[in-house]
Ligand binder design. Structure first.
Ligand code: CTP
Ligand code: MG
Length: 379
């Protein structure tokens, strides 16, 4: 049966008092709503419906989650109230025979997949499932000063689709602050489960402190490998990691710098952006004898566009000859300049192939690179 997730991102965030609504506020280049999307186990849902003002749609469309799952995304227009936004989203999926729907505030980016799964599981036996948290502070009624026993209701709230759609249709003139209220208005029982303390709703600017506490940086790794044949008829012209070495050159369409090529592929890998052959095909005359530094600079631009920073880069060069140890310092300096990172973040190691195989008998040189990148600026 099909499940859908509704994400309400149509609010103005008036109490947050910033230029952009809170769900689009950026931390390390990542909008709050995209923090949630980047952690979401998207395969739990057939559809992701987002209520959003048109002018912010591009923020979602730039996210990796959207780019990899475009078919699942549906946008609905924001209503004047939260309740209207929610109804707009539900109407958008009325023709899809949805079994269960989870309705979530975009302003709660730290909800775990564990909670989402628990709600989906509970919907197998009940027609709604509402998470709550309890605080030990004394609750008083601000106006009557009487003590009350209170719990805090969270989202995502899970419902049988038909039930919540009916409730919204029936009470469309109302203005409730969550969807569970509509079920209560119908005089139906709501089924509560324990939510999560960290599933905070960002409401006021001061709530931004939770971003520092709960927002784990996104880490990604990438691997790259390249190998080229040595032109034994030459005595010089070898280029490795952007440095010229007095040794036979490598044969290739570009300058055949296996070191820089491996670095590029590690970056493309970490960004899930295919490979160097796709971006710089050796069938394209433009790249004939090209300086591979250009390829690395292209990768740096992509890292910047996607707002990722390099944590470290480790390179292996596999060559029987020449001995590259005396060039390592220069190579690191060159790479650090190309990628604009400190040399301490770069490691270059070299090994021979113990005279085994085609690298061992001096026919070629290979390089491999592994990189780790993060969306958190660690500089
Ligand atoms: N929401 C919505 N459409 C509205 C109002 C709210 O989709 N017309 C969404 C918000 O974007 C938020 C969630 O409902 O993710 C919870 O609402 P709330 O915390 O009240 O957010 P805002 O209405 O944006 O904030 P404020 O009330 O301070 O203006
Ligand atoms: Mg509001």
């Amino acid at each position: 049966m099909k499940n859908a997730l509704v994400i309400l991102a149509g609010g103005k965030g008036e109490r947050f008092s910033q230029k952009t609504p809170k769900q689009f506020y950026e931390k390390d280049g990542n909008a709050i709503i995209n923090i949630f999307l980047s952690n979401l186990e998207i395969n739990l849902f057939k559809f992701i419906v987002i209520t959003i003002n048109n002018k912010y749609v591009n923020i979602i469309k730039k996210s990796q989650c959207y780019l990899e799952n475009k078919d699942k995304f549906i946008f609905a227009s924001a209503g004047i109230s939260r309740q209207q936004s929610s109804y707009n989203a539900l109407k958008k999926i009325s023709k899809f025979n949805i079994k269960n729907v989870l309705i979530h505030d975009a302003a709660r980016p730290f909800c775990s997949n564990k909670l989402i799964k628990k709600i989906l599981k509970n919907l197998e036996k009940n027609k709604n499932c509402i998470p709550y948290v309890e605080y030990s502070d004394r609750h008083i009624n601000k106006y009557s000063k009487k003590d009350t026993k209170a719990i805090n209701i969270q989202t995502p709230q899970g419902f049988d689709y038909k039930l919540i759609f009916k409730a919204h249709t029936q009470y469309k003139q109302d203005n409730f602050s969550d969807d569970a209220s509509l079920i209560q208005k119908m005089n139906k029982k709501i089924f509560l489960i324990k939510g999560e303390k960290k599933n905070i709703k960002l409401t006021f600017s001061e709530d931004l402190i939770y971003l520092n506490i709960f927002n784990k940086p996104v880490l990604r790794s990438g691997i790259g490998f390249d190998i080229h044949r040595i032109d034994k008829n030459t005595k010089k012209g070898l280029i490795l990691c952007g440095i010229k070495l007095p040794y036979s050159r490598l044969i290739g369409h570009s300058d055949a710098d296996v070191g820089l090529h491996a670095i590029c592929d590690s970056i493309f890998g970490a960004l899930s952006m295919r490979d160097i052959g796709y971006h710089f095909p050796n069938s394209d005359k433009k790249w004939k004898n090209a300086d591979s530094s250009k390829f690395v600079m292209f990768c740096k631009k992509k890292l910047e566009e996607k707002k990722f920073y390099i944590i470290n880069l480790d390179i292996n060069i596999i060559a029987e000859k020449p001995n590259i140890s005396k060039y390592v310092k220069l190579m690191k300096k060159k790479i650090s300049m190309l990628l604009n990172i400190q040399t301490q973040r770069i490691s270059i190691k070299a090994t021979t192939n113990e005279k085994i195989g085609f690298i061992g008998n001096g026919e070629g040189i290979a390089a491999e690179a592994i990189i780790q990148i993060s969306n958190e600026n660690i500089n």
